[in-house]
Design a protein around this ligand. Structure first.
Ligand code: F6P
Length: 331
C-alpha cells in the first residue's frame, strides 16, 4: 500500500523530530493545493480562465486563476494558528493574519500559480511554497521577518497541475513525490528520495533572449548547441515548458539544467524569477535531491534577501552542468 502524505509527515515527526505544527501546516497547504487542482481541472467549465484586468506588484496581468489560487491559499492558512504571516507573488506586502485568529511560529511564502502564460492553453502549471521560522511568534510579521537566507527554510515544495497533480516536498530529509489520487482525495507517495543525476544532456532556457545574455551564459549555451563536433563532444537536447514547476519537475525526474539568467533587457533586475518564492524553494528541493543551484556566482540559498519580491538569476539542476556554467562566470 502506498504511503499517504499524512502518514509520511507523521513518520517525519517521529523519526526526524519535525514539529507537529509544521506537519499540520503542510497538511493545510496540501489541502489548498487540492482545491487549486480542482479549479484548474474545471477550466472553462468553472469560468476560471482568462484575465481579471488587474496588474500585480510585478507589473504582470493577473489571471483569474492566479487570484483564485492566492485566495485559496490565504483562506486555508489564515485561521490554523501556525503562521505569523504569509507572503505571495500576487500581493505587494506580507499578508497579516486576521485579528480573530491566533498567530503561530512560521512564515509561509508562495507563488500561488506559477507559469501563468500556460494557464489558458492547458499546459502544466503549479504552486511553489516555502516555510521559514518567524523571528517572533506573537506579533504580525513585517517584511523584515521574511528576509532570511534560503538555508533557513524549514521545508519547501511545489505542486504540478499537469496530466497528474503531483506534490513534491522536502522537509530536509530528501525529496518525496506524492500523486493526488482523485478517487480518495489523498496525496500518495509515488517516489521517495529523488536523486538528480550529476550529468545530463538536456538543458532548458528561453533561447529567444540569447541576444540579451551575458558572455558566460552565451559561451556555455553555444558549447551545448555545438554538440558532438563542439568542445563538449556530445549532442544536447533542449526543452522549455515556460512553467518553472514543469521544467524543474522534468529535472527531478531525469536530470537536466534549467537556466533563467540575468539579461540586458533590464540591467536593474538580477533576473526574471523571484528569489523568495521561486528561487529559494526550488534551490532547496534541488539540493535536497543532490543537484546544485546558483545565481551564476554563488549558492542561491546563501543570498541574503533585501526585499520580498527581489529577482534572482537561476542555474539549477544536474550538479556537473551547474558547476560548469557557474565556473564560466568566475573565469
Ligand atoms: O513566473 C515565472 C515564469 O512563468 C516561470 O514559471 C517560467 O520558467 C518563466 O516565467 C517563463 O519565462 P518566459 O516567459 O521568458 O518563457
Amino acid at each position: 500500500m502506498k504511503l499517504s502524505l499524512s502518514h509520511y509527515l507523521i513518520r517525519c515527526e517521529r523519526e526526524h523530530g519535525i514539529e507537529s505544527d509544521l506537519r499540520l501546516l503542510l497538511e493545510t497547504v496540501a489541502r489548498a493545493c487540492k482545491s487549486i487542482s480542482h479549479a484548474v481541472n474545471k477550466g472553462a467549465l468553472g469560468n476560471v480562465l482568462g484575465s481579471t484586468g488587474t496588474i500585480n506588484v510585478q507589473g504582470e496581468a493577473q489571471k483569474k486563476l492566479d487570484v483564485l489560487s492566492n485566495e485559496i491559499l490565504f483562506e486555508a492558512n489564515c485561521w490554523g494558528g501556525y503562521l505569523a504571516g504569509m507572503a505571495s507573488e500576487e500581493m505587494d506586502g506580507p499578508m497579516g493574519i486576521p485579528l480573530a485568529y491566533p498567530r503561530g511560529k512560521y512564515l509561509l511564502l508562495f507563488d500561488p500559480l506559477d507559469g501563468s502564460s500556460n494557464i489558458d492553453v492547458n499546459v502544466s502549471i503549479g504552486t511553489i511554497f516555502s516555510v521559514l521560522r518567524s523571528p517572533s511568534s506573537d506579533e504580525d510579521a513585517g517584511e523584515t521577518a521574511f528576509m532570511q537566507q534560503g538555508t533557513r527554510q524549514m521545508c519547501a515544495g511545489y505542486t504540478v497541475y499537469g496530466p497528474q497533480t503531483l506534490l513534491v516536498l522536502s522537509v530536509g530529509h530528501g525529496v518525496q513525490v506524492f500523486t493526488l489520487d482523485r478517487d480518495t482525495g489523498s496525496f500518495l507517495m509515488t517516489q521517495s528520495n529523488v536523486r538528480i543525476p550529476a550529468d545530463t544532456r538536456e538543458f532548458a532556457i528561453n533561447m529567444s533572449n540569447v541576444r540579451h545574455w551575458d558572455a558566460p551564459v552565451r559561451r556555455y549555451v553555444d558549447e551545448l548547441l555545438a554538440g558532438r563536433t563542439g568542445p563538449r563532444g556530445v549532442d544536447f537536447n533542449m526543452r522549455w515548458v515556460a512553467s518553472m514547476v514543469a521544467d524543474v519537475h522534468r529535472i527531478m525526474t531525469r536530470g537536466g539544467i534549467f537556466m533563467y539568467p540575468r539579461d540586458a533587457r533590464d540591467p536593474t533586475r538580477a533576473g526574471r524569477l523571484r528569489l523568495m518564492y521561486e528561487g529559494n524553494p526550488m534551490a532547496y528541493l534541488i539540493e535536497q535531491a543532490g543537484g546544485a543551484a546558483t545565481n551564476g556566482e554563488r549558492r542561491i540559498l546563501e543570498i541574503q534577501p533585501t526585499t520580498l519580491h527581489e529577482r534572482v538569476a537561476v542555474f539549477l539542476g544536474s550538479r556537473n552542468e551547474v558547476e560548469r556554467v557557474t565556473g564560466y562566470h568566475q573565469a
